[in-house]
Design a protein around this ligand. Structure first.
Ligand code: NAD
Length: 488
């Protein structure tokens, strides 16, 4: 097999977007990006510096009043034009995501469709954000609420699904009348730059969406900037603590979408084959690098052997390979560092003797040896307190644990610091209902996973964060309420 590297000509210009200006980084810092499937250099990524953050916030502040005061249906229409342009740009955006992230082309193209839906859905909210009349007593005064934008929102996103992350956050923020300074990860910066280029083409005024690809230095400067009215952060819990500390300097509110260790709970009365195959997808989709991905199977003891066998068969049969090939199901992990970290975790678990590595867990060689490919690993019988069963690995590693009853299933499911997503498989509706009520997670899927509708709220509890970036709640997240009282 010869690996095909997508052409770098699909990438937008390697410049920061500040207002109407494309510029090179003020601090002169650049990052050498590598294509995860080959490890070869693709292009230098500009890293936003402190002066760029200052200028981007100024540009956003400059654009904010007129964007906010634009007729709501005007904001809606310009966002609908943006959605059309993203749709028309689908081929390029698909290839670009493959190149920046190494994700299989089948995913990349679904993510473009998802981004189009998200922009259209949020465009629809632009003229529907409204307050309410509040009862007063003795009754003759008028009291009402006005949802208002924060002004400038600093948005920091990770590399694992960058186009969807941009659409999930930037679309509701601008629909609500905010301007945005967006900081994508240096590991996957081009979706965000292309999104902003298309937004300008659609008629979104310069300054409404500014894009500063960057690293922790860029992100830190952004959250500490006093001109930022609110911060949205998607990423890991460890970075979220730094973001909170930075934003605390000027008491900016923060919404957090963080990691997970999402359980799939499979009862003996489920369609065990279907449930196990669906649960195992968690380590196949995006090579296990998805915040929602199911990475723990908890199953009834009576079906444990069957579940382990189906999970390992599913993982072993998957097509690992060239991300540009539509048949590929699993691509590389994002970077050499991530690959090393995941392999060290697998080796440590293997040598600890806790649990059995049933399949996978190896670097893939041959034509794929230059990239960062790991065969999906299934561990059976890992103790519940082992690192492998508790911590987010963000790679293709699944653990399977048995439970004896519903109570234990719930205890194990809730037994990590995370609470992003949970999956329940059972044909007993009362049991499902009890589980849904008891699960500590922001989202629960029952008897299947086909993604999340754009109209549904997306977010976690516990160490998986707070705030929501989907549905109506996602737009409300980017507004604050003013109360108005008018004397009679
Ligand atoms: P990360 O926390 O390392 O980085 C996230 C972003 O923060 C990047 O843009 C990074 O450059 C930036 N950053 C780094 N240091 C910073 C600092 N000091 N101040 C401000 N910004 C800083 O996470 P990652 O490795 O890019 O992404 C993986 C993590 O993201 C996983 O934990 C995953 O579960 C989580 N994630 C969550 C969701 C969700 O919606 N809940 C979605 C995708 C990914």
């Amino acid at each position: 097999m010869n690996l095909v590297t997508p052409p770098v000509s699909v990438l937008p210009s390697a410049k920061l977007i500040v207002g109407s200006e494309r510029r090179v980084p003020g601090d002169g810092r650049w990052f050498e990006h590598r294509y995860p499937a080959t490890g070869q250099t693709t292009e230098e990524v500009p890293l936003g510096g402190r002066s760029d953050v200052n200028d981007a916030v100024d540009a956003a502040r400059g654009a904010q009043l007129s964007w906010r005061n634009l007729r709501p249906d005007g904001r809606r229409d310009v966002m609908l034009r943006l959605a059309d342009l993203i749709e028309a740009d689908a081929d390029r955006l698909t290839t670009l995501q493959v190149l920046e992230n190494g994700m299989p082309v089948a995913f990349a193209s679904r993510f473009v469709a998802n981004a189009v839906d998200l922009v259209r859905y949020n465009a629809g909210w632009a003229d529907k954000v409204q307050g309410e009349v509040v009862p007063t007593w003795p009754g003759s005064a008028l009291d009402y609420t006005l949802p208002e934008p924060y002004g400038v929102v600093g948005i920091i996103i990770p590399w694992n699904g960058p186009l969807v992350s941009v659409a999930q956050t930037t679309a509701p923020a601008i629909a609500a009348g905010n301007c945005v300074v967006l900081k994508p990860s240096e590991l996957a910066p081009w979706s965000a730059l292309r999104f902003a280029e298309l937004a300008l083409k659609a008629g979104v005024p310069p300054g409404v969406i500014n894009v500063l690809p960057g690293d922790g230095i860029t992100g830190d400067a952004l959250v500490r900037h006093p001109g930022i009215g609110m911060v949205h952060f998607t990423g890991s819990g460890a970075t979220a603590q730094k973001v909170l500390a930075g934003a605390a300097e000027h008491l900016a509110p923060v919404s957090l979408e963080l990691g997970g260790k999402s359980p799939s709970v499979i009862f003996e009365d489920a369609d065990v084959r279907r449930a196990t195959r669906a649960a195992t997808r968690g380590i196949l989709d995006l090579s296990g690098q998805g915040c929602l991905n199911s990475t723990r199977i908890l199953c009834a003891r009576s079906i444990f052997d069957e579940v382990v066998s189906i999970a390992s068969e599913t993982a072993a049969q998957v097509v690992i390979g060239d991300p540009t090939d539509p048949k590929t199901q699993v691509g590389p992990v994002i970077s050499a560092e991530a690959c090393d970290r995941i392999m060290v975790t697998i080796e440590a678990a293997r040598s600890s003797g806790h649990g059995e590595l049933v399949t996978g867990g190896e670097r893939v060689g041959g034509d794929l040896a230059g990239g960062w490919f790991i065969s999906p690993a299934v561990f059976a019988g890992v103790p519940e307190d082992a690192k492998l069963a508790r911590e987010e690995i963000f790679g293709p590693v699944l653990t399977v644990l048995a439970f004896d009853d519903e109570e234990e299933a719930l205890r194990l499911a809730n037994g990590t610091p995370y609470g992003l997503a949970s999956y329940v498989y059972s044909s007993d509706v009362r049991r499902v209902n009890r589980m849904v009520n008891g699960l500590e997670s922001g989202m629960v899927w029952v008897n299947g996973f086909t993604g999340l509708p754009t109209s549904a709220p997306f977010g976690g509890v516990k160490s998986s964060g707070y705030g929501r970036i989907g549905g109506r709640a996602g737009v409300e997240e980017f507004t604050r309420t003013k109360n108005v009282w008018i004397a009679s």
